[in-house]
Design a protein around this ligand. Sequence first.
Ligand code: ZN
Length: 238
Amino acid sequence: MKITMLGTSHGVPEGDRRCACNLVEIEDWRYFVDMGTQAIEDIRRRHIPEESIKGVFITHMHGDHTNGLVSFVDLLSWYFKSCYPRIVLPEQMAIDVLGAWLLVNHSNLREDLEFQVTKEGMVFDDGVLKATAIKTQHIEPSYAYLLEAEGRRVLFTGDLKNPEIDFPVAALNERVDLVIAEAAHFSPLKYLPVIYQYEIDRMIINHYQPKMVPDVWKLMDRVTIPVELAMDQMEVTL
Ligand SMILES: [Zn+2]
C-alpha cells in the first residue's frame, strides 16, 4: 500500500501546502481520502489511468476536504466516462448539490456514478481495500476512516473535535500500522494518551497549522514511536 499526501494544509492553503487530499494506491488500484484540492490535476499529471480509481472517501463536507470533488465529479460526468469510483460521502445533500452544480454548468450528473452516504461501520469492500467509518465530533456528521489492505491497517482521523473525546479508538482494537492525524484544531500533544494507551506503530501529522509545529517536535520527543510531519507529495509505503 502506498499513500501519497497530495494536500497537507489545514483549512487554508499555505504557500507550499494544499488542502486535505490523500491518494492511496494498492496494486494497480487507486483510492482517495478527502479531495480538498484539485485531485483531477494530480491524476492527469501523474498519468493515472482514470479506470484505476475505485473509491473516494470523504471525512466531512468542509470545503478544505471537498472542493476538489466538484471538478472531479464534473469531469467524470462528461469526459472520464470510463472511471467508476464509488464516492462515499457523509451527507445526501452533497450529492444533490453536486447534481445542481452540474445543472448550472449546463451539464448533468452522470447517471451511473455511484454515490454512497457514509454510515458508521464498514462502508466499502471491493476485495482489495476495506474501509470502515467511525464517527467523530468535528461537525455533524464527520467520520474517520480505517483502511485495511494487504494485511495493513491505516487510520485517517479526519478532523476531530478533540482527541481526548473523539479520537476514533474503535479502530485501535487491533494494532494499527499508521495513524494519519490532524493538528489544525488543537495541539498534537493531545495525542499523547492515545499513543501511550494503544498499539500504534507510526503517526504522521498532516492537516496542521504552522503554529502547531513546535508541539509536533515536542510530541516526537515524548514518544517512542516514529512521529513525522507531513508535507505535500510525501509518500509512505507500507
Ligand atoms: Zn479540515
